[in-house]
Design a protein around this ligand. Structure first.
Ligand SMILES: *Cc1c(COP(=O)(O)O)cnc(C)c1O
Length: 379
């Protein structure tokens, strides 16, 4: 284990503490921020929001992008647009960051947890298909869960650590079962599955620009879609549902204050310009880790799945079992190399203990073994 710590210190060229993921501001950030401050348009109005939305949509190949205050808000609005209502059910994976389930819960809907694949760490199309065939039926064009009698309105798979899940198969299954597909692509900016950008397979996709993500605006998010009506409504709902007017305040429904301030957008425009550089750095780091861990019997480097190009946002390794994982975590963290276990399964958290689950064998296996290792872009 000392050899691993030595290797990581050598890779990052430091003897100091190595965090898991630090942001890098090495482009036009200060220039655009200054410009934004000088203009006084730091808040809800300003050119950087528009520029960012256009550039982001172009980058990932979607028709529309609507900036939001964070990724959770992007998910929340996406679920509303997809028509998810109180007491509906939404299928997702148990291995995800809490934000996915929080957004579902804000609506008063309930998550159903379907197992993940071992190779992608994302929602398994086989498990999804088996669950639907066994438990559900289509009535009046709706997917009805025969166990609960409720409508399964949407499915939210997540591309774990930037590794694409088998999203085309999931898309086909959702189509067959009249379920809206919303991708939680919070971690996967720059990741492609079969040459198509993650987040563009579903009716809607959500990205996050939190401080630890591949590009950041401190906090921020974006909704992407090819549907013009959804795009318009996403903007409307996320900006207090105000009817455009030069001076009157009229709102036509209960909206949200989820807009991204111009000052954050300024930072994001600069960050997006550097995406390719960041991706190259992360993929180069992945190669170095892969080569190093190839010789190890006990630690397996997690590689991008087949037919995909991952952003390698957070690099990960798989330990042999829970004991080895705990030793690895203890040793690395005690030696100034920050490492972190993958999330606790959502269905094990108190709020979601009563949720319906399929067999979660793969999720459980990964929960006990996967650890993230330092992943920052190296300068
Ligand atoms: C980061 C993240 C989000 C959104 O997080 P915010 O902090 O609200 O931007 C959502 N889902 C996943 C899987 C994430 O990793």
């Amino acid at each position: 284990m000392q050899a691993i710590v030595d290797f990581i210190k050598q890779t990052f060229n430091t003897q100091e503490f190595i965090p898991l993921h630090e942001p890098r501001f090495i482009g036009n950030e200060k220039k655009y921020l200054n410009d934004c401050i000088d203009s006084t348009f730091v808040s809800s109005v300003g050119k950087y929001v528009d520029t960012f939305e256009k550039e982001f949509a172009k980058t990932i190949g979607s028709k529309y992008a609507i900036a939001t205050v964070n990724g959770t808000a992007a998910l929340h609005i996406s679920l509303i647009l997809a028509g998810v209502k109180r007491d509906d059910e939404v299928i997702t994976q148990p291995l995800t960051f809490i934000a996915t389930c929080n957004a579902i819960s804000y609506i008063g809907a309930k998550p159903i947890f379907v197992d993940v694949d071992l190779d992608t760490m994302g929602l398994s199309p086989q498990s999804l298909d088996a669950f639907l065939k066994k438990t559900c039926e289509i009535l009046d064009g709706k997917c009805i869960n025969k166990t609960s009698g409720k409508v399964i309105k949407a499915c939210v798979p997540m591309h774990t650590f930037g590794h694409p899940c088998k999203i085309d198969e999931i898309q086909a299954i959702c189509n067959d079962w009249k379920i809206e597909l919303i991708e939680d692509a919070a971690e996967s900016l720059g990741s492609y599955y079969k040459n198509k950008h993650t987040g563009t397979f579903g009716t809607l996709g959500a990205f996050s620009f939190n401080g630890n993500k591949i590009i950041t605006s401190g906090g921020g998010g974006v909704i992407v879609t090819d549907n013009e009506a959804f795009a318009k409504r996403a903007k409307h709902l996320s900006t207090t549902a105000k009817i455009p007017h030069p001076y009157e305040y009229v709102h036509d429904e209960i909206g949200y204050n989820y807009r991204l301030p111009n000052i954050n957008a300024a930072l994001l425009v600069a960050q997006l310009e550097q995406l390719e550089t960041f991706l190259e750095s992360k993929r180069a780091l992945a190669k170095e880790y892969e080569t190093f861990f190839w010789a190890s019997d006990n630690v397996q480097f997690v590689k991008e799945p087949q037919e995909s190009r991952s952003n390698y946002w957070l690099q990960a390794v798989l330990l042999k079992d829970k004991n080895q994982r705990d030793e690895f975590l203890k040793f690395t963290n005690a030696n100034s190399v920050m490492t972190r276990p993958i999330w606790r399964l959502m269905n094990e958290l108190e709020m979601f203990q009563d949720s319906q689950c399929t067999s979660l064998e793969n999720a459980k296996y990964l929960e006990e073994r996967v650890v993230n290792i330092p992943s920052s872009v190296r300068i």
